[in-house]
Structures are given as structure tokens and as C-alpha cells.
Design a protein around this ligand. Sequence first.
Ligand SMILES: Cc1cc2nc3c(=O)[nH]c(=O)nc-3n(C[C@H](O)[C@H](O)[C@H](O)COP(=O)(O)OP(=O)(O)OC[C@H]3O[C@@H](n4cnc5c(N)ncnc54)[C@H](O)[C@@H]3O)c2cc1C
Ligand code: FES
Ligand code: FES
Length: 455
Amino acid sequence: MGAVQWKKMALRLNGKSIPFEGWPLHTTLLDYLRETGLTGSKEGCAEGECGACTVLLVGPSESGSRYVPVNSCLILLALLDGQEVYTVEALAENGVPCEAQQAMIQFGGSQCGYCTPGFVVSMFAEQYRPGRVGACDPHALSGNLCRCTGYRPIRDAALSLGPAPEGKWTRRLLEPAPAAAGVATLAEFFALRQANPRAKVIAGGTDVVVECNLKGKRFPALINVGAIGELRSVEETNAQVEIGAALTLSEIERTWRNAPVVFAEWFQLFASPLIRNRATLGGNLATASPIGDAAPLLLAFDAQLRLVSARGERVVALDTFFTGYRQTVLAEDELIASVILPKPFPEHIRFFKAAKRRLDDISTVAAAIAMNLDQRGRANQVRIAYGGVAAVPLRARAAEARLEGRHWEQGMREAVQELERTLSPLSDHRGSAEYRLAMAENFLAKFWHEMEIPA
Ligand SMILES: Cc1cc2nc3c(=O)[nH]c(=O)nc-3n(C[C@H](O)[C@H](O)[C@H](O)COP(=O)(O)OP(=O)(O)OC[C@H]3O[C@@H](n4cnc5c(N)ncnc54)[C@H](O)[C@@H]3O)c2cc1C
Ligand code: FES
Ligand code: FES
């Protein structure tokens, strides 16, 4: 476990500047908080599942700043140099609970209390969300789990909250957020990469830090790519949309205002708001998980990836990016810079996900299906993409071919037969091979029925 040696670091924690140095590289923010006496944030799982460790970062918004709730168990202290963090201890002022805390008391939202600080922090962030109109959105709490109270009283507490009260917390939001921590430019990254070829690239850390916490993984050094400017914009032209690989999913959702509706459905089904506030597209694709949710959706858009290194750049089709179980064409020194979605987008496109829980869970099987229809109701540019049915996310090309240029009734039976012939899912603790295959077929049928496409 190497100690952090880059330079002296400081954090603005609950309004005070706190220098920190000498902590082991893999120390999480949660461990640091609890070691230094701020024990309000709890550890339930250390893998981003329960939300008991929720804290606030201060991030940018159009009007200044926003409070960004995140899982402190999945953020490494070393990546927080210059950042502003608030924990549950800061929310009450002079012993007077904040409105979220008062509402939890009033509506009986707490029993054992273990989950309560996390719920309060998420609720607080939702109450102060810039531009919020109407009631708080209970989905903002979907990354927080409670084992004993039941969700009704907690939901009622959230729904009871009015506009954010005037005071120091609203005034803070009018000021700019601190600059993001990490490498700022690609040139800087290339130099660091060359000097530290064994360093691990990290963006949101929602995969990497789970490995550190649960599998005891240790890296000699980390390079934080989450702040690289060239990887952090959404650029739209008539020919394509290019999405920076280091934008978090929440940032993409906020900045890409005219995204196709399927993205809104997809964001909701991807983990929780706490995870989406950190997780990046680049990280999701680079892990090459066969059950990652980005790949099926992006395959249905026929996406390409821009890969960069000090040697230059290349664009590869996402369809050729995954080469085997958790393997990709990405070279050691390469980064995913962006995801390119060519236009025109498909007329009909949907994303479906089967998981053990509807929200805040990883897929057992996911599907994204896209097609255009001509005036006679014949399908063209059919794309059927799956996760969870093979060692890699893939397009079911043979099934696509059975539908291409044909009416649904003509092609469906044959397309299903092709799925049965060509997909060979594995059984594991999430689902049997039979279940996965059945879901792959059902999603195709669901697509058709929910599109209400005439026969
Ligand atoms: C509780 C929980 C729920 C989750 N739910 C879902 C879910 O519903 N669906 C889903 O698909 N995933 C889910 N995940 C997995 C994870 O959140 C995603 O894979 C996420 O997108 C990873 O992004 P990151 O920025 O956090 O990656 P990191 O953890 O920072 O990095 C992941 C990997 O990508 C590499 N990397 C990061 N950025 C780049 C880049 N630009 N170029 C090249 N390599 C890079 C890193 O070196 C590392 O190997 C969940 C995780 C948790 C903890
Ligand atoms: S401890 Fe469970 S999400 Fe962090
Ligand atoms: S009050 Fe006990 S876990 Fe929520």
C-alpha cells in the first residue's frame, strides 16, 4: 500500500480547509471520515449498494454550484485534493436539525437509524437541487436502502419538503464550485502515463474502488482522468453526437438536453443517482463487463469509440471493441476519449433490463433494439444488441438479418430461432442460461408490442 507522495493536499471539509497527507493510497473518503471522528457516515456494504455512507461534494451548475450526493466508500481520499465535501454532521446548524432531518423525525422515517444519515444527505441534496420545481423527486433516494423502517415514511418525508430555505446553504450554491481534481489535459495525461506505465487509470472509481475494497486490489499509482477537459463535453453536429468519456452519467443527462428519449429510460435503470453522479461512460466500456449497460444501448446506435494515446488517435466501431471476457482492443497506453453516435438516429429504439431489483441493480440481461420502418411497415437498419447473453456484449446479427427488409410477422419466428441458435448464455448466481435466453427473446417481443407498430 503506497503512501500518496505527489504533493501536499487539502480538502475543504464541512467548511474548513483540512490538509491531508501520508494516508495510504487506497484510503477511501469514508474510512478517512470515520478515522478522524466523523462517524455520522456509516459503512453498510463498502461497494456502493446501500447509501449509508452518502456525503455531498460541491460540483458545478449553470447558476454556480450544486450539492452532489455520492458514496464516500467509493471515493479515494487522494482524488479529492481541493474538493469541497459536506458530511451529515454539517447539516444541523447550532443544534437545529435541517429540514430533511426534521421531516424524517416528523414522518417516522427512522428506526435503527443506520441508513438515516445517508437518506438525510440525499434528501438534502434533492431539496437544494438547482432548478427544482415542484416536490422533491423520491427517485433521488433510490441509492439509499433501509432494512427496517420501510420506504413509505421516508418517501413522505421527502415529499413534504418545500423550496430550499434561504441561508448559508443556498448562498453557497451561488458561488462557483472548486475545479475538478485530477489531470487537466490529454498532454498532461500522456506525460504522466509515460512516466508511470504501471499506474491504474481511474475516472469515477465505481468499479475500481469496489475492487480495492472487496478484493483488496492495490495499485502502485493512480491517474485520475475524470477532469481531462478534452474528455468532458457533448458535441452535436448534423452528422453525429460525440460524448466525452469522462463525463459522469448525471452530467450527460443534464448537458445533452435533446438526447433521444431512450437515454432517459436508460439513465433511470443504471445503478442509482449516487453511482450515476460518479460513473463515466469510458469507465463502463473499459471494464468490458458482459453485463455493463452502456454497451447494448450504444451498439444499437451503431456507436464508435475515439481512442487516444501519445501515438495518435483512432476510431473503432464499438462492435469490434470487445474481444473476449473483459478484454478489449484498448492498448495499455490508450484512453477512450469519446463515444460517437452517428446520425440519423434510429426512428424506433428501446432499452430493456432484467435485474433482481428494478432500480439500483446490475443487469442479468439487457437489450437495446433499434429499427426504422418504411411506409409499407418493413423493418430496415435493424439492430438487436444484448448484454448478459455471452462473454461480451454483442449484436445478434443473424436475428437482425431475419427481420431486415421484412414485416414483423414474416421475420419474428425466424429471428427467435436465430437467437436460440446463436446465443449461448452462461448460468450464474444472477440467472440461468435458460432464463437469459428466454429474456432475450421476450425483450424482442416486448419491443414490438410496446412500439405499437402496425402489423
Ligand atoms: C452499486 C453499483 C451499481 C452499479 N450498477 C451498474 C449498472 O446498473 N449498470 C452498469 O452498467 N454498471 C453498473 N455499475 C458499474 C459501474 O458503476 C460502471 O461500470 C461505471 O460506468 C464505471 O465508470 P467509472 O468512471 O466509475 O469507472 P472506474 O471505476 O473509474 O474505471 C473502470 C475501469 O475503466 C478504466 N477507465 C476509466 N476511464 C477510462 C477511459 N476514459 N479510458 C480507458 N479506460 C478507462 C479504468 O482503468 C478501470 O479499469 C455499478 C457499480 C456499483 C458499485
Ligand atoms: S457503505 Fe454502502 S454504499 Fe457505501
Ligand atoms: S432505519 Fe434501520 S436500516 Fe433504515
